[in-house]
Design a protein around this ligand. Sequence first.
Ligand SMILES: NC(=O)C1=CN([C@@H]2O[C@H](COP(=O)(O)OP(=O)(O)OC[C@H]3O[C@@H](n4cnc5c(N)ncnc54)[C@H](OP(=O)(O)O)[C@@H]3O)[C@@H](O)[C@H]2O)C=CC1
Ligand SMILES: Cc1cn([C@H]2C[C@H](O)[C@@H](COP(=O)(O)OP(=O)(O)O[C@H]3O[C@@H](C)C(=O)[C@@H](O)[C@H]3O)O2)c(=O)[nH]c1=O
Length: 298
Amino acid sequence: MKLLVTGREGQVVRSLIERANRNGRFEVVALGRPELDLSRPETIRETVLAVRPDIVVSAAAYTAVDLAEDEPDLAHAINAVGAGMLAQSAAEAGAPIIHLSTDYVFSGTSQAPYHEGDATDPQCIYGRTKLAGEELVRAVNREHVIVRTAWVYSPFGKNFVKTMLRLAADRDEIAVVSDQWGNPTSALDIADGILHVAGTFMEQRRPELFGIFHLAGTGDINWSGLAEVVMDVSQNHGGPTAKIRPISTAEFPTKAVRPTNSRLCTDKLASRYDWRAPNWQSSVDLTVARLLDGNPIR
Ligand SMILES: NC(=O)C1=CN([C@@H]2O[C@H](COP(=O)(O)OP(=O)(O)OC[C@H]3O[C@@H](n4cnc5c(N)ncnc54)[C@H](OP(=O)(O)O)[C@@H]3O)[C@@H](O)[C@H]2O)C=CC1
Ligand SMILES: Cc1cn([C@H]2C[C@H](O)[C@@H](COP(=O)(O)OP(=O)(O)O[C@H]3O[C@@H](C)C(=O)[C@@H](O)[C@H]3O)O2)c(=O)[nH]c1=O
């Protein structure tokens, strides 16, 4: 089964390539700039039709949350217009699309974990452009699976876990916000979930397998608690460590507003696809160990 995945060096792309190689059932064709540039719609249709994929996985995005506040047009071009064009091109090629989206589509004011049907109300440009992308994907390709995930980390690319390890190498103490809650999610677990979803709906293609699904690490924590776990695992593996000082969001001003609570309920994915991500602590453990030991994991 041929999967066209957008991007080359992104966390989810790299994870999909690694997991698909192990799985053997999928051939991943990962394409990014310049031949498939989401900010240049004319490159998208041409590439999708030339590759003739069985499924398109839309894993590339403009993900710089603070920078997006200064570059709203580019973020919209990539996350909304580009995503819509990708979904439309997939439809023309007769391929379903799995499109990655984010917990930042929610305002974060709810006390409870968010369900797929809950009202969206993004508070930052990145979240607004991702929501616009979801809407376009849904409008142009009936066979869509929108996978909202959250707080992604991995051995690849840039992410919070790697930032904490880098800062710990230089500092005795790191101040980290403790009043934003979410579900840390390993990109390798996302890749496993996506391959499971792709395999299932290509076999069954039932309408209830399409739609919006939340896929995130099991269990929740705040950023400061996540940083503490990273430090503990690092210490156990002889890596750098620092004291984590919990602070409020007001003490760490950023350009973009982030949700206070962006916990995602993943029961719909579990019931329709019989798949749930592992507990976030065990995946953080594996990722930090791999980063420090340089050993392949799982
Ligand atoms: N990171 C996170 O915490 C979260 C991410 N998500 C979503 O998950 C998906 C994957 O995220 P993640 O893997 O972390 O992303 P990364 O930031 O690691 O990678 C982004 C990818 O997008 C590619 N890209 C950026 N601009 C363009 C463009 N104009 N044309 C083509 N490709 C482009 C990059 O290309 P190149 O390979 O050339 O660098 C890279 O491969 C995204 O949709 C994101 O919105 C959802 C929730 C949380
Ligand atoms: C580096 C650092 C960050 N923080 C805070 C800022 C912010 O509130 C929180 C996380 O910071 P980051 O900038 O790493 O994370 P951020 O870029 O907001 O992460 C988001 O990325 C996008 C792509 C998503 O879709 C989201 O799910 C989410 O993962 O931690 C500290 O408190 N101390 C620090 O030293």
